[in-house]
Design a binder for this molecule. Sequence first.
Ligand code: FAD
Ligand code: MLT
Ligand code: ZN
Length: 486
Amino acid sequence: MKINVLGCISRRFFASSVIPKRAPFAVLSDKDIAFFEGTVGKGNVRTQDLEDYNVDWMKWYKGHSKCVVSPSNSEEVSAVLKHCHDRQLAIVPQSGNTGMVGGSIPVYDEVILSLKRLNKHYEFNSITGILQCDAGLILEELDERLRKEGFMMPLDLGAKGSCLIGGNISTCAGGIRLLRYGNLHGNVLGLRVVLPDSHGSIVDFGSQLQKDNTGLHMHHMFIGSEGQLGVITRASILCPPAPTSVISAMIGVSSFSGCCSILRDARRFLGEILSSFEVMDAATMQCLEENEQLHNVLTSAPQFCLLIETSGSDAEHDEAKVQRFLEYVMENEMATDGVLAANKQESAFMWKLRETAPLAITKDGYVYKFDVSLPLDHFYELTDAVRERCGDKVCRVVTYGHMGDGNSHLNITTKEPSEEVEKLLYPFVFDWVVAHGGSISAEHGVGQMKRDYISVGKSERIGELTRALKPIFDPRGILSPYKMVV
Ligand code: FAD
Ligand code: MLT
Ligand code: ZN
């Protein structure tokens, strides 16, 4: 399913944010366009109707690129990057453009390198479970192909119908099953990367093997590096067998400490089959009801709804386990109510509630979005603190997220962008998160949104080392400037 495109553009403005000045990069010329056309084919260079490429999914950022180049293989990417290096033209890699921090959007007039046509190569070994594929393949399509062979992608997220695997790797996307299958640093074995240097070097980092300890494990540097160092064109990924039994349940809970007790016991009781543990607070459910007319499957109107999923290979065994767990939770009065999905449709509806949350909040008007990791002791305290701080100046304070991984998605909605609310939130939330042992970016990345806050709570030396690394890969600083590494 393709994700919906939202309505109007509301540009994010940070009163406190200082957008770096345009660096002295070259300005795109007719000769550049002719070169790109000669390299990737005339029909694959766009210079008109670029709105979909210049604006992000949340409609927070608007770039002013005059040109989108769409190569179809690593050699074409190499030629384009070499040309940009030689001409000192800035360029931004863009995959599905579903990122939530403005990373795929030019800040000024950078050329956009669209990776959607890099979608030919697919090679899967059903004995080892190792997939080798082009970076431009859509996550959901990869998953569907693998399922025909009894396997699946090790990650899943609401944007799966639009995001590309290269974009997922570049953001180190987390999603709804990280609890079970781990993050991409564990599953990505190797990457083909094109560097924006004088050769447009094509380098295979890592390998297609599960074990390879020769040299520095440099492919990890590109996972989550948001296109700052090179362009990922191909990946080797270890894929798990698809489960034959998947069970979903929703549980209503009256307190966040109660949710923590259920997580502790779910890990104990459901052990190896627990694959998701998601939370939605009452404000999320109210928003789904009011903005999307989606009704909670739980009838007790609980403060928190937990969406739990198990994935296993023995339906009878898994059902018995889940059933026993739900009985335990109810008998011990840990839950206000619970519903076990009776079939795929009911399960799909539970997931629809969770996956529609990001869209539902946008219907209030404007969203201030925070994607943070927090120790569970403080996970919901932040929501309470923000609620108290913002009072009636905001429409809602909504929290949902991947509770099993300690990843909270805190969203504050207003009718329109408000400087007053912004000043209440920034840098308050980030300072609060760091003071409580969390991370200001759990899974969405830094992009344009968190550029000014990246050093909060980090040693200065990390910044120095990061800045020293960038020119090794990108000597002229042309790749995605003004973002994570400034
Ligand atoms: P893009 O947005 O196009 O790019 C993301 C970044 O990577 C940019 O900085 C870009 O320059 C860089 N980049 C892209 N491709 C390459 C490449 N080949 N080489 C080098 N750099 C590259 N994220 C999660 O982690 N978990 C979720 O559960 C989740 N749910 C979402 C639900 C919805 C409805 C939406 C809209 C988004 C969600 N996201 C989630 C955020 C987003 O989908 C992910 O960050 C995703 O991984 C981005 O992939 P993309 O193909 O859209 O990349
Ligand atoms: C999610 O988990 O739904 C996504 O990361 C998107 C969001 O935070 O809204
Ligand atoms: Zn998420």
